[in-house]
Ligand binder design. Sequence first.
Ligand SMILES: [Zn+2]
Ligand SMILES: [Zn+2]
Length: 351
Amino acid sequence: MTSVTATAYAAPAPKAPLERTTIERRDLREHDVLIDIAYAGICHSDIHQAREEWGRGSFPMVPGHEIAGVVSEVGPGVTKYAVGDRVGVGCFVDSCRECEQCQAGLEQYCQVGGMTGTYNDTDRQGEKTYGGYSTHIVVDENYVLRIPEGLSLDVAAPLLCAGITLYSPLAHWNAGPGKKVAILGVGGLGHMGIRIAHAMGAEVTALSQSLRKKEDALRLGADHYYATSDPETFSALAGSFDLIVNTVSAVLDLDAYLSLLKVDGSMVVVGAPENASSLNLFSLIGARRSLSGSSIGGIRETQEMLDFCAEHGFGAEIEVINADRINEAYERVMASDVRYRFVIDIASLRD
Ligand SMILES: [Zn+2]
Ligand SMILES: [Zn+2]
């Protein structure tokens, strides 16, 4: 086949509003699948990258790494997927496949050149990558996920970044029955953390700035809810948690939050602030606590997460928008005015 011209939404320059354009998707190689994208989630990191808040970007930029759609064509060597399959693509579309991390299914931590980002990156053939705010994408079958029956594509899309970003640390640090887990921040990431930790059987506490999201958090599966703007919260919860997953992408008083951990407790950071953070190391030493970070998940674990969510009957909480509202959605994400993830209906790019 010849390459596909996809309609897309792109940022033409850093901080510029996104606009409708077209991009070319490559000819299918041996193991490629062509995906007709149905939905693409808007992740906070799309905005960081389109605005160059995390360093230099490559423009024009088509963001989007929470992609759900249907396979419409397959390369001659493809064995994992067939035309008509419901599939997803997350934050990366390739890696070296040979290093220790890739071999272990931890492609997100690939040691040889790093993972190839779904957008704002250059792939291993030297081509620019463009993300999911587009009608089509071509991806190697080994970096494609299967979306289980019973999960609709719109609520599945945000699982490919927000879902796995929370699932991976919760699984790694053994959230489950008998564990007290706090999810710090009730947003796109945090709301998935509450659902997943609850489904894993942990006792879940939601920590958010105000009481505004209390009802939602309890409905999503939190057992307890506290406002972090209330200083009482820190005395009431001192030494309480086995695990805190910090989803806040702003600089916080880490010492205050570390004080909420039990002896041997861990705080895992998944939100990435623009500026450096500091802490007093006594916050760790005094109770053998750990401070760690975690980045998305590998392909195998991402599939496990999708299957887990389908089994437990949930996806993300979403607000579906047409593509012409992407710029407005960005403003609302910045103002924390979304419950809890915007998802672009890619059909609106097809008229
Ligand atoms: Zn993301
Ligand atoms: Zn590798």
